[in-house]
Design a protein around this ligand. Structure first.
Ligand SMILES: *[C@@H]1O[C@H](CO)[C@@H](O)[C@H](O)[C@H]1NC(C)=O
Ligand SMILES: *[C@@H]1O[C@H](CO)[C@@H](O)[C@H](O)[C@H]1NC(C)=O
Ligand SMILES: *[C@@H]1O[C@H](CO)[C@@H](O)[C@H](O)[C@H]1NC(C)=O
Ligand SMILES: *[C@@H]1O[C@H](CO)[C@@H](O)[C@H](O)[C@H]1NC(C)=O
Ligand SMILES: *[C@@H]1O[C@H](CO)[C@@H](O)[C@H](O)[C@H]1NC(C)=O
Ligand SMILES: *[C@@H]1O[C@H](CO)[C@@H](O)[C@H](O)[C@H]1NC(C)=O
Length: 777
């Protein structure tokens, strides 16, 4: 008899316990208390639950034996709505269940402890747990659905019928998850109705999704389950709820849109002196190469200082002069560390650093520890300067998107690297990771061609950097492979810097709505069911905002196969080639796939959606090199479209924190016939095209231009009869030379882009706006 006791204990430990029934459920205001029984009859620790409606669409389900354990708490749950006055919810008790409803959501708690929401997210069995893990088991959805989210999951973005790890795995390659988050979305493919689920925990997890048998969602915590369910009509809708709860994606400073350069400049290779970085910075300028910022040290045995400063120098005087020298050349500076940031007050406050990069040597334990490290960096920048946070990290968690660029870690570059990076970034967007990147051409490996192909597509993302010092060919600057690579890299970095007003406006949208600048195809075209899989054609392409379709070359080829042009349910989309203006898919084409698109090394396959309004800066190598004057509007008219140009001082927090916030939003609208088609050999519906740039809205900002010149480049197959600006006739130039020399006027060139009307409207006051009408094209 005595010998049986340990065996019984052992079997009790290894057997899962589960909820068995609800003994009571009572609601007060918008929160309900639930008492449960469990299958463990020997336990005397009571288990209770709470079902709380935080809004009509956001419901928290929390089951625990320890009501003082609040999970991530306020660190991650930055924005829980204030529930005064409480929402009104109703409770209905039936024989076998309780139903708790807000205006839009009904939670059903069966008396046998099975939980469901809107009949859509449905437990297949009650919650269960053992000595290490609490598991929720969900029944398969009744209709076809897709699972998205999980944060950064290298190489994939659709998790339907697959398993994803949530937690630290130190795997920087395909299938690693260097910034995973305990969050996923389930989207009904037919209706795009979406439910998002955030687990309020720091514990590692494993989600195994199945469309045919029950899915299991497990985290390593015992007798504790805490999740927020967010219900919406689309993934965008649910992203808004997710960022309402976990906080908005941060808005990077505008220097962060230039390429960053990092290396250990205080080492043998660079003469043991941090100031060696200045020669490299000068080279960017001498080579007419765009560049925005430097991380001149490397916490792995570098530090910052001069030859006399020892192996791990921290010489503030030296750092101050390096930061000032870099600033004189148009660069901002930051520090990179494997050992923490004990001196960040002086580094930011005295020396003037503005950027911070964590690394595994410091925050590698992940979870709350990593979250706190990243928070320390963000606070270190913001508490000691008027600048905005600009932090790069791995091992992010839910909420880290408020603080940092999510980085894929120490990657090895080859064409395979490019292939898996694309769906990685696409997937991050479903978890509000709006600014994500991996080192250009990796930290290890690399080659001239992979450098070009990788930089080419990253030029259409927000934050990018290179990391020198570790590859066999250690320098990773855009010129290190010589010609023709240098010139191609320069061309794409210049395109990136010209696109800054577009990407910056999209980044503000991400901050305001959660919808990222780099978008999965399905975020723009949720009605197209073929976009809900990660097959080629959808996994290796993305939308840069609403307008640009990017289909990177990810093989050692001079062509691109399988480019997919979606159609929208509201009558379709026309797509045009960025480079020559040709029509690649017309409105009547449904889901065109293009194979064999010619893509020599200098060509990124890049396409524009008809109706696009794209604001560009003049060519520049860094954001404050020259005034942002004129603004060029690149236009592809078709039907009615709009874009709001967002601007602020780019550097300080006045756009985010001041009252009123210091920014300017300039609404731009374009109106053309619905079948106005641009380019050669196309039947175009004749009619007027009208472009209105409205007076700016908002409080304005320091350094805002009271007036500036605007240029419009309008794709149109035919020459207009005439052009009016604010109802005054604009002069037509007889030659391009005369147009180029003039401050105002227009010129039509039928040979460019299948027909291009170039318009200069001259200086316009930001407070007034203007209208341009192209008559009877
Ligand atoms: C607890 O449950 C998890 C998830 O089902 C399982 O992987 C693990 O082996 C179980 N542990 C024990 C001690 O039974
Ligand atoms: C309950 O949770 C709190 C907060 O996490 C923790 O400090 C405490 O030790 C827990 N109590 C028990 C009995 O596990
Ligand atoms: C997406 O890709 C992953 C990784 O290759 C795979 O496990 C998964 O089954 C794919 N999912 C779909 C829906 O194609
Ligand atoms: C989580 O629990 C599972 C099952 O018990 C175990 O295999 C895994 O190692 C645990 N993960 C961590 C990070 O502790
Ligand atoms: C840099 O320092 C190392 C270690 O002190 C030394 O061996 C090396 O010669 C120095 N290099 C230069 C270029 O000064
Ligand atoms: C720190 O750097 C400054 C400027 O480079 C130099 O003059 C000074 O000697 C250094 N201090 C130490 C302790 O090495």
């Amino acid at each position: 008899m005595l010998r049986l006791l340990p065996l019984l204990l052992l079997s009790a430990l290894s057997t899962a316990t589960h909820l068995t029934s609800v003994t009571s459920l009572t609601c007060e205001a918008s929160s309900c208390d639930v008492a449960f029984t469990t299958s463990d009859l020997t336990s005397d620790s009571p288990i209770s639950g709470k079902i709380t409606f935080h809004t009509n669409d956001i419901v928290q389900y929390w089951v625990t034996t320890n009501t003082s354990d609040v999970g991530c708490g306020e660190k991650v749950l930055a924005g829980l709505p204030d529930l005064t006055p409480p929402l009104s919810i109703s409770l209905l008790e039936q024989d076998d269940r309780y139903e708790i409803s807000s205006d839009t959501v009904t939670v059903t708690m069966m008396k046998d402890a099975v939980f469901s929401i809107n009949d859509y997210v449905k437990e297949a069995a009650p919650l269960s747990w053992n000595g290490t893990t609490t598991t929720q088991t969900l029944a398969p959805s009744a209709s076809a659905s897709a699972v998205l989210g999980g944060g950064m999951q290298n190489g994939r973005f659709v998790h339907t019928d697959s398993c994803i790890g949530i937690g630290v795995d130190y795997n920087w390659e395909d299938e690693g998850h260097p910034n995973s988050v305990p969050w996923y979305m389930n989207v009904d493919v037919a209706t795009s109705a979406t439910v998002g689920v955030l687990r309020n925990t720091w514990a590692p997890g494993m989600y195994s999704f199945s469309s045919t048998s029950p899915s299991t969602l497990a985290h390593n915590e015992t007798a504790r389950f805490d999740a927020f369910y967010m219900v919406g009509s689309s993934p965008q809708d649910v992203l808004a709820s997710y960022t309402a709860v976990t906080g908005p994606p941060f808005l990077p400073p505008i220097y962060g849109f230039g390429v960053g350069d990092s290396d250990c400049y205080h080492n043998d290779r660079h003469g043991n002196s941090t100031s060696a970085v200045l020669a490299v910075a000068e080279k960017y300028r001498a080579l007419d190469m765009p560049g925005g910022w430097f991380l001149p040290n490397d916490g792995y045995g570098c530090g910052y200082g001069e030859p006399t400063d020892g192996d791990f120098p921290t010489n503030l005087t030296s750092l101050t002069s390096v930061v000032a020298g870099l600033h004189d050349l148009g660069f901002y500076s930051g520090l990179w560390t494997s050992t923490g940031m004990p001196n960040i007050v002086d580094e930011v406050g005295t020396a003037g650093t503005r950027i911070c990069k964590t690394d595994v040597g410091w925050i590698g334990d992940g979870y709350e520890y990593a979250f706190d490290g990243v928070q320390l960096c963000a606070d270190g920048i913001e508490d000691n300067s008027d600048a905005r946070r600009f932090v790069w990290t791995v091992e992010g968690w839910a909420g880290t998107h408020r603080l940092a660029v999510m980085w894929t870690g120490d990657d090895t570059s080859d064409f395979e690297y490019i292939r898996w990076q694309i769906p990685t970034y696409v997937g991050c967007g479903f978890s509000a990771q709006a600014h994500v990147s991996g080192d250009i051409d990796g930290i290890f490996g690399g080659s001239p061609k992979t450098y070009v192909r990788d930089l080419q597509f990253k030029a259409l993302t927000t934050t990018i950097m290179s990391m020198s010092g570790w590859a066999e060919n250690p320098d990773k600057q855009p010129w290190t492979w010589g010609e023709p690579y240098t010139s191609i890299n320069r061309m794409y970095l210049k395109l990136k810097s010209r696109l800054t007003p577009y990407m910056y406006s999209l980044s503000r949208t991400a901050h305001d709505t959660g919808v990222p600048p780099l978008r999965a195809m399905l975020l723009e075209f949720p009605d197209d069911p073929s976009l809900y899989s990660n097959s080629t054609g959808t996994a290796q392409q993305f939308m840069a905002g609403p307008s640009l379709l990017v289909a990177p070359v990810y093989r050692d080829e001079e062509k691109r196969d399988g480019i997919y042009f979606p159609t929208a349910s509201d009558g379709g989309e026309a797509w045009l080639d960025w480079w020559d203006g040709s029509l690649v898919a017309s409105k009547s084409d449904k889901g065109t796939i293009v194979d064999g698109y010619p893509a020599p090394l200098d060509t990124l396959p890049l396409f524009v959606r008809a109706g696009t309004i794209l604001p560009l800066w003049p060519e520049n190598n860094f954001f404050d090199e020259k005034p942002h004057d004129p603004i060029s509007l690149e236009l592809w008219p078709q039907g009615e479209s709009d874009f709001t140009l967002y601007e602020d001082d780019g550097v300080t927090r006045k756009a985010l924190e001041a009252s009123p916030p210091a920014f300017a939003r300039t609404p731009i609208t374009m109106c053309a016939p619905a079948d106005f088609l641009m380019g050669e050999g196309r039947k175009s519906e004749a009619g007027d095209v009208k472009i209105t740039v409205a007076a700016f809205e908002g409080a304005g900002f320091d350094g805002q231009l009271a007036s500036r010149a605007w240029e419009l480049n309008v794709r149109a197959a035919a020459k207009p009869q005439g052009i009016e600006v604010d109802s005054e006739v604009l002069v037509e130039h007889a030659s391009e030379a005369s147009f180029d020399a003039a401050a105002e006027g227009w010129f039509f060139d039928a040979s460019v882009q299948g027909g291009l009307v170039m318009v200069k409207v001259g200086q316009k006051k930001a407070a007034e706006g203007f209208t341009v009408e192209l008559k009877q094209l």
